[in-house]
Design a protein around this ligand. Structure first.
Ligand SMILES: C[S@@+](CC[C@H](N)C(=O)[O-])C[C@H]1O[C@@H](n2cnc3c(N)ncnc32)[C@H](O)[C@@H]1O
Length: 404
């Protein structure tokens, strides 16, 4: 199936930039020793993200080793997650650059800039010509210094863009007046869960409400979090609460018609997240070699909010977001989707009725894709048997471009 939007892969210049930093930092170490130092730190960070969940300011933003390990290993992945999320906003959820004048972006918890730089890089690669001004906030001064240098030293990747960094604790947003009061895009990737770890969801939703006030009428907020059950549930409960408390804040994604996440509402054991194939660079492969961490795809939870209501969909139009892996069994190919009414439906094809090529197209669908399934008479069934391959049409199919 033809992608609806392509994402150029992580720029090699950035991979090289981060590696040069490491080599410069440990100029008296051999390559294998450096790789092992990075690997130890990556495991420590993975435990911190997934197990201990301790995020005090000195945790990693204050140490060179942790910033260098993050930059070399995790940054390409959060860059990709941010790219896929921007693709949804741009390619499917109706975000448009202003007709004239600069695009204003705010990145909260920007760290060394994966999401900030992804936004500049992808908007340029999708042909957006406006000047871009980006405000980047984080409480780690060292991270912000990295961001400024990467931006300055790789201008060819994001021409005609300006970054202004500010060291702040983003838990105190209510007391914080932004430099610009009307943003076209507000991003936060893999950061708010750290701020609000262990806190009541209402504190998270208050942050979202503040962000809503700083958004232009046509702007969107993109909240990206790691694909972990509790973290994604908090994200979806906070967005639901924020939009229920404001008449000017609507949920655009991940589903339809402004609805809160049905998996969170229904207390499901599953949680909404995307799993997107994205090829790691040879450098990430090399670092990962003995660690054997999963690097062939990027998983993340996403919420998009806007000041204007989303485009309406009626259940009969057959729109669905894929929420499971695509399964191939002996006689069938199937996946679960959530439709315009918020209900979960299993869509199933008999393999014997499909050409090999059509089977391959179905098996290439990814969790997070939005498709339209036509010709269904009764949408109330929990399982729908689809007769033909051409009843499914791609609506939002972003794909990592492996050619470059
Ligand atoms: C996992 S990193 C993500 C960085 C970047 N957004 C990315 O996608 O790669 C989380 C970032 O959130 C920042 N952060 C966490 N809590 C914060 C707070 N209360 N105020 C400001 N920054 C915070 C950390 O310093 C760190 O840079």
């Amino acid at each position: 199936m033809k992608p609806t939007i392509q994402l150029p892969s992580y720029p090699k210049d950035l991979t090289d930039w981060w590696w040069k930093e490491v080599v410069h930092h440990w100029s008296d170490h051999g390559e294998e020793k450096i790789l092992n130092l990075l690997r130890e730190e990556i495991v420590r960070q993975s435990d911190r993200f997934n197990k201990s969940r301790d995020f005090d300011p000195s945790a990693y933003g204050a140490r060179d080793l942790s910033l260098l390990a993050y930059g070399n290993f995790y940054t390409p992945r959060t860059f990709a997650a941010s790219g896929f999320s921007l693709a949804e906003s741009f390619n499917y959820r109706g975000w448009r650059a202003p007709g004239k004048g600069p695009i204003q972006i705010l990145d909260l918890g920007c760290g060394s800039g994966a999401s900030s730089l992804a936004s500049l890089f992808y908007l340029r690669s999708w042909g957006i010509k406006n000047p871009i001004i980006l405000d980047a906030w984080d409480y780690s001064g060292k991270s912000l210094a990295f961001l400024r240098r990467i931006h300055r030293e790789n201008q060819h990747l994001w021409p005609n863009t300006k970054i202004s960094t500010e060291r702040k604790d983003i838990r105190n947003l209510a007391a914080s007046f932004p430099c610009r009061e009307s943003y076209d895009l507000i991003l936060s990737s893999y950061a708010l869960n750290e701020c609000w770890e262990g806190e009541n969801p209402s504190t998270y939703s208050e942050t979202i409400l503040s962000l809503g006030n700083w958004l232009k009428e046509s702007g969107q907020i993109l909240l990206i979090e790691p694909a972990e059950g509790q973290v994604c549930r908090s994200l979806h409960s906070a967005t639901a609460l924020a939009s229920s408390m404001s008449e000017k804040l609507f949920i655009q994604a991940p589903y339809f018609n402004g609805m809160p996440c049905p998996l969170w509402e229904g207390n499901s054991k599953y949680f909404s997240h995307e799993v997107r194939a994205c090829t790691p660079s040879p450098q990430v492969e090399r670092i990962n070699h003995p660690l054997n961490l999963e690097i062939r795809d990027v998983k993340f939870g996403l919420s998009i909010l806007s000041r204007t209501p989303p485009k309406p969909h009626c259940p009969e139009n057959g729109i669905a977001r894929i929420i499971s892996p695509v399964r191939k069994r002996k006689g069938t190919i199937s996946f679960w989707g959530i439709g315009a009414d918020g209900k979960e439906t299993e869509y199933e094809w008999q393999r014997r009725t499909l050409e090999k090529e059509d089977q391959r197209h179905l098996l290439e669908l990814q969790r997070g894709d939005v498709v339209e399934i036509s010709g269904i008479k009764d949408h109330s069934d929990k399982r729908i048997r689809v007769q033909k391959a051409d009843q499914i049409t791609p609506v939002f199919l972003p794909r990592w471009d492996i050619r470059n």
